[in-house]
Design a protein around this ligand. Structure first.
Ligand SMILES: Cc1cc2nc3c(=O)[nH]c(=O)nc-3n(C[C@H](O)[C@H](O)[C@H](O)COP(=O)(O)OP(=O)(O)OC[C@H]3O[C@@H](n4cnc5c(N)ncnc54)[C@H](O)[C@@H]3O)c2cc1C
Length: 369
């Protein structure tokens, strides 16, 4: 039996009961429950090595599994930043001792976040100022992080710090793995326009962590960061290939109004436009997945996908809101309003529109600076 056959059987067996209990769009607790169910049979990250809790699948098999999960519209997992980005970075750069975090990440026993951005360092991440001074067998950390996704829920953080303030800015950075219950760390939730608080600001005042918290070599944290970010970007590609199915389902659901009547032609046009745009993103995603299968790299399509996917997400949310009319603005279709408001962040997270355009101009089109 192939891995996808096995996964299909697992999903058919376990998803209906899960949905009965948690619904179609579970929150954090539901996603954590789903992660635990998935990990009973090692489906959270089947591409990870067996000793770390995976199944050791190759890239082709694991991408086929991701596509199947998208096809079944399976929920995401709760500890997504650990599973998708930090875990693979620990697997690549970590010591044996640090790799002990990996099974706990898959099991949902440790929830990780990424402490990269600061109030003065977002797009220009290498300008980060949070300091860590190595003295004897510990680092002492002072500074602030912001926009830390899952920062209030996380138990651990991959933290970027400046360990050599005199070196050129990309060379004086180090990565640390730290538990967030260490004394001197204060977390404050950031309230979003949707009313949720998925981010935190995290303050470090004289925080002491052991020297063996260092991930990768001292002052070479930029390379470690690039590993984490490249996993984050590959995640966008899988997302894009799932988009097509999402769009088809949304367009299907919106084709008729609440009373079952067909929409007026103007609104139908709007829906057709979204459908075509969704297909374009889906095709770009498929092309990039082919490139990953062939070369192990997502290819230049990746930055185009990020740009197109983020703009498309905002347009789709706007269309959904427009079609929902008053019901979407003042309830009962609250979901459409929340989707519209949260889509605003898609053109900022993981590289802003302007930064993506710079990357496409420079690295894809080779335009002069
Ligand atoms: C949903 C979401 C989740 C996030 N999660 C995390 C997380 O978990 N951990 C974390 O560390 N951070 C996270 N972030 C922060 C994110 O990485 C930053 O917001 C992003 O890198 C942009 O940085 P900034 O907000 O400081 O904006 P800035 O970099 O200050 O940009 C401000 C404006 O200037 C423009 N700009 C900047 N540089 C250039 C340039 N060279 N050329 C042209 N225009 C430019 C930008 O496009 C933007 O319009 C998250 C953000 C969002 C929205």
């Amino acid at each position: 039996m192939t891995a996808t056959d096995e996964l299909r059987r697992f999903l058919e067996d376990r998803l209906p009961a899960f949905r009965d209990q948690w619904g179609e769009q579970p929150g954090f607790e539901g996603k954590l429950a789903w992660q635990r169910i998935m990990q009973q049979e090692r489906w959270v990250a089947p591409q990870w090595a067996e000793q770390h809790g995976g199944r050791g699948l190759d890239v082709v098999e694991s991408l086929a599994c991701s596509e199947l999960l998208a096809q079944y519209r399976a929920p995401g997992v709760a500890g997504i930043f650990g599973v998708a980005n930090v875990g693979p970075t620990i697997a690549q750069w970590g010591t044996e001792e640090q790799r002990r975090h990996l099974p706990a990440i898959l099991a949902g026993d440790e929830i990780w976040c990424q402490g990269f951005s600061e109030p003065g360092a977002g797009s220009d991440l290498a300008g980060l100022q949070t300091r860590a001074v190595l003295g004897g067998d510990e680092f002492v950390i002072d500074g602030q992080k912001i926009w830390t996704s899952d920062g209030m829920r996380a138990s651990h953080m991959e933290l970027l710090v400046r360990t050599d303030p005199w070196a050129p800015k990309h060379r004086g950075i180090s990565a640390l793995l730290i538990p967030l219950d260490t004394p001197g760390i204060e977390r404050r939730p950031i309230r979003q326009i949707t009313g949720e608080s998925e981010f935190a600001e995290v303050f470090f005042t004289g925080v002491r962590v052991p020297a063996d918290s260092l991930l990768g070599p001292l002052n070479e944290g930029w390379k470690v960061t690039m590993t984490t970010l490249s996993h984050e970007r590959t995640g966008v590609v899988s997302h894009a290939s799932a988009v097509q199915r999402e769009v088809e389902a949304t367009v299907d659901a919106l084709r008729f109004d609440r009373t079952g009547r067909q929409l007026p032609p103007m609104l139908q046009d709007e829906l057709v436009r979204r459908w075509v745009e969704g297909r374009v993103v889906g095709i770009l995603g498929q092309r990039s997945l082919e490139s990953i299968r062939a070369t192990g790299e997502p290819g230049p399509e990746q930055s185009i996908i990020k740009l197109e996917w983020s703009l498309f997400t905002q347009r789709l949310a706007r269309t959904r809101l427009a079609l929902g009319g008053l019901g979407a603005v003042a309830g009962p279709d609250e979901e459409a309003m929340t989707a519209y408001l949260s889509a605003r962040s898609s053109t900022i997270a993981g590289g802003t529109t302007e930064v993506m355009k710079n990357i496409i101009a420079d690295r894809v089109l080779g335009l002069p600076r």
